[in-house]
Design a protein around this ligand. Structure first.
Ligand SMILES: [Fe+2]
Length: 390
């Protein structure tokens, strides 16, 4: 029987190699004064940026450039909002990785507000955002977070009393997701690996989530099939257009799935560890993925109250093993083996090398929420995952 579900709206999606060339004409539908948020490096140093700026000039589009490095802090959003509020901005455009898109999304949401963004962050502030915002176009240059299709922007304050929390509203789904796989060609190898693992974990967790539904399941499986054919290939050869296009599709799809099905234990850790340490989100997800799924399966088998989640694990094994005629148990175990092998193939280092300290395991476990995980995990299970992933 079809389960009850809700499905949020989608951005208008343009998915095509070379579609960035159409950005100036798309922008003109909204006006001619934009805030353009980018990262510090890759897009601006590519030939595409120079071409785009030339076209903006030709078309009379005035752009205010804001470069953001790393995950956006409340100060970055508040300062940018204060500066740009004095201009009559028509549109915000974010071109970059997930952090850049989140920064653009948050700025577009805060342009009509006088408060600090902190006041609207889940679990930190106590105000509800009304959802009014400037139009926002998201243009990813990495294949990972899927932020181009989600309704939240992650804002981070790193440190002992740090946090990593979302500014969220259904209206914050970008108006347009302009997905041009060619923009990911310059993405460095290590970022291709960790953002790809972020995307893989999002698809897997949304598929296994207790909030998943028929739509998210169908989409997640398509995304996962593409992960299988594209992730390692795009890591080994960044110029492989087919693999890069596949990963752009998988990342976009992962965003749609997570926005509608939620995520599990890996992303619970990404939030708690990410609030205390300056470790890239995808590195945390990629490093913890194999062990987290192994423990999920162990607990699902022991508790035995969620056979449909175990069946889904078997389906994942079938997708990645590509061999017929085996038992569900065999496929399920094969999926975990595949994850361990992939962790090695992508050369993901343990958490310790990224600066994680063993002494924080207890506090991290106590702060880790696992809202939509297919099985409840005790703090001992969480500690076991972390200890193994050092
Ligand atoms: Fe993620």
């Amino acid at each position: 029987m079809v389960k009850p579900f809700q499905f949020s709206r989608l951005p208008k999606i343009y998915f095509k190699n070379g579609i960035i060339a159409e950005l100036p004409s798309i922008v003109q539908h909204y006006g001619n004064k934009i805030v353009l948020v980018t990262g510090k490096n890759s897009f601006l140093s590519s030939g595409q940026a120079a071409k785009l700026f030339h076209e903006f000039k030709n078309e009379g589009i005035k752009y205010y450039l804001l470069q953001v490095q790393g995950e956006p802090s409340p100060d970055i959003i508040d300062n940018a909002t204060r500066v740009f509020q004095t201009e009559k901005i028509d549109l915000v455009v974010g071109i970059g990785g997930g952090s850049v898109i989140d920064a653009g999304k948050a700025i577009s949401a805060m342009m009509n507000r006088s408060e600090s963004v902190v006041e609207f962050l889940e679990g930190v502030g106590n105000k509800e955002h009304p959802g009014t915002k400037l139009p926002f176009i998201a243009i990813p240059t990495t294949s990972g977070t899927g932020s181009e299709a989600t309704k939240n922007a992650v804002i981070s304050l790193v440190g002992k009393s740090g946090f990593k929390r979302s500014l969220r509203h259904d209206n914050f789904v970008p108006d347009i997701a302009l997905v041009d796989p060619e923009l990911t060609f310059h993405c460095p190898k290590e970022i291709t690996a960790v953002s790809g693992m972020d995307c893989f974990s999002q698809l897997t967790e949304a598929y296994l989530s207790d909030k998943s539904n028929e739509y998210t399941d169908a989409l997640a499986l398509e995304g996962l099939k593409t992960i299988k054919t594209s992730l390692t290939r795009s890591y080994l050869n960044g110029d492989d257009i087919e693999a890069r296009t596949g990963m752009s599709f998988a990342a976009l799809t992962s965003g749609i799935c997570l926005a509608n099905a939620g995520l599990g234990v890996v992303h619970g850790f990404a939030a708690s560890i990410g609030g205390m340490y300056n470790i890239p989100h995808g590195m945390i997800c990629g490093t913890l993925m194999a062990k987290s799924n192994e423990i999920n399966i162990r607990e699902l088998r022991q508790i035995g109250n969620n056979p449909s989640a175990l069946k889904k694990y078997a389906i994942l094994g079938e997708v990645f093993l590509n061999k017929s005629g085996h038992t569900d148990e065999y496929y399920t175990d094969s999926f975990v083996s595949y994850l361990y092998q992939l962790t090695r193939d992508l050369h993901l280092t343990g958490l310790r090398k990224s600066g994680f300290s063993e002494k924080d395991i207890r506090i991290i476990c106590s702060k880790t929420e696992i809202k939509n995980n297919p099985v409840k995990l005790a703090e001992e299970d969480l500690a076991e995952i972390l200890l193994h992933s050092l």
